[in-house]
Structure formats: C-alpha cells, structure tokens
Design a protein around this ligand. Structure first.
Ligand SMILES: [Zn+2]
Ligand SMILES: [Zn+2]
Ligand SMILES: [Zn+2]
Length: 98
C-alpha cells in the first residue's frame, strides 16, 4: 500500500527556491552586476580590476534559474512524494521475534 504526501521540500509546488541565488535571481558571483571586482595579490587598493563574470556571462542573472525557483528533484516536479506504509510489516517482524 502506498500513499502520497505533499513534498516537504517545495510545499507541493514542484519547484523550490533556487539555492544558488536564494530566489533573488541575481548571480551570486557578481551579485547581479555582471562583472567581478578583484584585487590582485600585492597590488595597491587603487588598482582594483574588474573582469567579466563567467558565471552569468555578464548578464548578472542567476545561471541556475530564470524565476528564482528551480525544479524540485525531490518530488520530480510533481509536488508529491510517495510514502510507504510500513506499520503492518513492522508489526509482523516484531511478532516473529517474540
Ligand atoms: Zn537562482
Ligand atoms: Zn555573474
Ligand atoms: Zn518537491
């Protein structure tokens, strides 16, 4: 016997908030700017350089999602998970032991 239950990972929506951008839809590497500022080792602070963000191809958008939500792999996008009823089986095992 199997019953289904609402997926706890996505609350039954089949999608869950993107773990890369936390739903903000912004690229976490450049924070939505499309460029990354970095300070070369040993260089003075005034010589901060920027480089194009390769995560998002300079778009500033999260490379993993379009909407801040990602497909829920836990329930395969159905919003439901299968819960096996094992109570009966467990009782039988207990009786065999006694
Ligand atoms: Zn995202
Ligand atoms: Zn980026
Ligand atoms: Zn789910």
């Amino acid at each position: 016997m199997t019953i289904t239950d609402t997926c706890p990972m996505c609350d039954g929506r089949g999608e869950r908030p993107c773990d890369l951008c936390d739903g903000s839809q912004l690229c976490p590497a450049c924070r939505g700017k499309g460029i990354i500022r970095f300070n070369p080792m040993g260089a003075p602070a005034s010589e901060k350089t920027t480089e194009p963000c390769s995560w998002c191809n300079e778009t500033g958008a999260c490379p993993q999602c379009n909407t801040g939500l990602v497909f829920c792999e836990y329930c395969h996008g159905t919003g439901e998970i299968v819960v096996e009823m094992e109570a009966g089986r467990r009782e039988r095992v207990y009786e065999e032991h006694v």
